[in-house]
Design a protein around this ligand. Structure first.
Ligand SMILES: CC(C)(COP(=O)(O)OP(=O)(O)OC[C@H]1O[C@@H](n2cnc3c(N)ncnc32)[C@H](O)[C@@H]1OP(=O)(O)O)[C@@H](O)C(=O)NCCC(=O)NCCS
Length: 159
C-alpha cells in the first residue's frame, strides 16, 4: 500500500497525551460502536506505562493522525517460556485517515524500535476487526483465544 504522502513519524511528547488517549479509545471498539469515556478502565489499561514513549504519525501540517505503543495488561495476554508477560500492541489511526498506509508505517517503526530488546510481542484483536489482515501482512500470526469469546490472540517475532 502506498502511504499517504508527507507522513512523518516522531516520538510522542506531553502535548500528545490527549491524542494518545483518543487513539486508545478507538482501539477499544470496532465498527461504529460508541467510544468509551477517556477515563474508562478499558482505556486506562491500554495507555502507555511509564517509560514507554508512543510513536506518533503526523501529516504535512503537523496534525497527529495515528499512534502506536506497547503496554502490559493484567493478566497478560501471553507470556514467554519463562513466564514473563509479552508486550502488547496498541495502535490507532484517526477515523478519516485510515486505509492510507499510516497504520503500516507505524507498525514498521515499532518493530524497528523493539528489535534487539524484545523477542516477541502480542496483540488481542476482535474477530471482526479488519485490523487482523494488516497484522497478518506485517508478520503477526494467530495463536489462539484472546480476550473474551470474540478475542483472537496474535504473536509477532521480532528477532
Ligand atoms: C487498525 C488501524 C490502526 C489500521 O491503520 P490504517 O492506517 O487504516 O492501516 P493501513 O492503511 O496501513 O492498512 C490498511 C489495513 O488496515 C486494516 N483496517 C482496519 N480498519 C480499517 C479501516 N477502518 N479502514 C481501512 N483499513 C482498515 C485493514 O486490514 C486494511 O487492510 P486491507 O486493505 O487488506 O483491508 C486503523 O484502522 C484503526 O485505527 N482502527 C481502529 C482502532 C483499532 O482497531 N485498533 C486496533 C485494535 S486491535
Amino acid at each position: 500500500m502506498t502511504p499517504e504522502p508527507g507522513i512523518r513519524l516522531r516520538a510522542a511528547n506531553p502535548a500528545d497525551d490527549g491524542f494518545v488517549i483518543e487513539m486508545a479509545r478507538h482501539a477499544c471498539v470496532i465498527e461504529d460502536w460508541p467510544l468509551p469515556a477517556p477515563d474508562d478502565d478499558e482505556v486506562l489499561e491500554l495507555l502507555p506505562p511509564p517509560g514507554v514513549v508512543p510513536i506518533i504519525a503526523e501529516d504535512q501540517g503537523g496534525v497527529p493522525v495515528g499512534a502506536v505503543w506497547t503496554y502490559h495488561s493484567d493478566p497478560p495476554l501471553r507470556t514467554d517460556a519463562d513466564g514473563a508477560p509479552l508486550p502488547e500492541l496498541c495502535i490507532g489511526v484517526a477515523p478519516g485517515r485510515r486505509g492510507a498506509g499510516v497504520g503500516g508505517l507505524l507498525l514498521d517503526a515499532l518493530f524497528a524500535r523493539l528489535a534487539g530488546t524484545v523477542a516477541t510481542m502480542c496483540t488481542n484483536v476482535h474477530v471482526r476487526n479488519p485490523a487482523q489482515r494488516l497484522y497478518e501482512r506485517k508478520g503477526f500470526r494467530v495463536v489462539g483465544q484472546g480476550n473474551g469469546p470474540l478475542g483472537v490472540a496474535m504473536l509477532k517475532d521480532l528477532r
